[in-house]
Design a binder for this molecule. Structure first.
Ligand SMILES: NC(=O)C1=CN([C@@H]2O[C@H](COP(=O)(O)OP(=O)(O)OC[C@H]3O[C@@H](n4cnc5c(N)ncnc54)[C@H](OP(=O)(O)O)[C@@H]3O)[C@@H](O)[C@H]2O)C=CC1
Ligand SMILES: O=C(O)C1=N[C@H](C(=O)O)C[C@H](O)C1
Length: 242
């Protein structure tokens, strides 16, 4: 039976993942939260999942590499340095990083990329997301993932066209920019809408998570898939065969 270790185990996702592990017929190797030792868990688990906080990433990845264990990184709010750390770790162990482990969002990203590829640059792309009142990062990891899919469809680098902080006298919309808006409130598990706004018409491609169980099931599926993979950086598309 595959033993899955959880970084961020007492959190909303950590608890949902523990339930999903039991449902999948695997077992929980243990959990670590703030102040805990990531190394002991890495030694006992077959595979690890990290749904904690970005500041724990270096320690969690270091523990996974030292123990030679694959790891799924689901925590969001990651910056360029974090992605470099993930690339470095992926030279030693299998690492799958994604802002969203659901089947629906993984498919949506492919549709967004295709739409961005086919629609001309005169179609403005805007992303709107809404999450529960406890979420601490914005834009969401999913919004960034979808923005990256749109940018890839257009053959541009998201960092050079991203527009996420409109407030006050912003001036006109920059042609080619990809805009982000983040709403927070209540218990919303995660809503994302990608809007392609043309002259006189709009296309809206979206996803609504009805509970975080979909993320938890996807995370466990990814962990079980990753458990026997060689070193490298993997994506949810690889797990789902999309
Ligand atoms: N990729 C995906 O599909 C999804 C990703 N997420 C992401 O997962 C992350 C967690 O979300 P959520 O469960 O709602 O958040 P929570 O705040 O409920 O949980 C985070 C957990 O991490 C713990 N933690 C804090 N510091 C450390 C540390 N150094 N080492 C290990 N654990 C630590 C916290 O412990 P304490 O409370 O003691 O500080 C807490 O138990 C977020 O980044 C969120 O965006 C969420 C849903 C889906
Ligand atoms: O914090 C959350 O809850 C979620 N975080 C992820 C994100 O930042 O996109 C995934 C999902 O939307 C829920």
């Amino acid at each position: 039976m595959t033993q899955i270790g959880i970084y961020g185990s007492a959190g909303r996702m950590g608890q949902a993942i523990a339930r999903a592990i039991e449902e999948a017929g695997a077992s929980v190797a243990g959990g670590v939260d703030a102040g805990g030792d990531p190394s002991a868990l890495a030694k006992t688990a077959d595979v690890l999942v990290d749904f904690s906080v970005p500041s724990a990433l270096v320690g969690n990845l270091g523990a996974a590499v030292a123990a030679g264990k694959p790891i799924v990184i689901g925590a969001t709010g990651l910056g360029p340095d974090d992605h470099q750390t993930i690339d470095d770790a992926a030279r030693h162990v299998a690492v799958l990083q994604t802002g969203n482990t659901s089947l629906g969002v993984t498919l949506l990203a492919a549709l967004v990329r295709q739409a961005a590829e086919r629609l001309g640059a005169d179609w403005d792309i805007e992303l709107v997301e809404m999450h529960h009142r406890h979420k601490v990062d914005a834009p969401s990891g999913t919004a960034l993932l979808l923005g990256q899919a749109a940018a890839a469809g257009r053959g541009v680098d998201l960092a050079s066209v991203s527009d996420s902080g409109r407030d006050g006298i912003t001036g006109k919309r920059e042609p080619g920019h990809i805009g982000f808006a983040a709403l927070r409130g209540g218990s919303v598990a995660g809503d994302h809408m990608v809007i392609f706004a043309g002259e006189g018409e709009r296309i809206e491609l979206g996803h609504r998570a009805e509970s975080r169980e979909i993320f938890a099931r996807g995370a466990v599926k990814a962990a079980l898939w990753l458990a026997d993979k060689p070193a490298g950086r993997y994506r949810m598309e690889d797990v789902l065969g999309l």
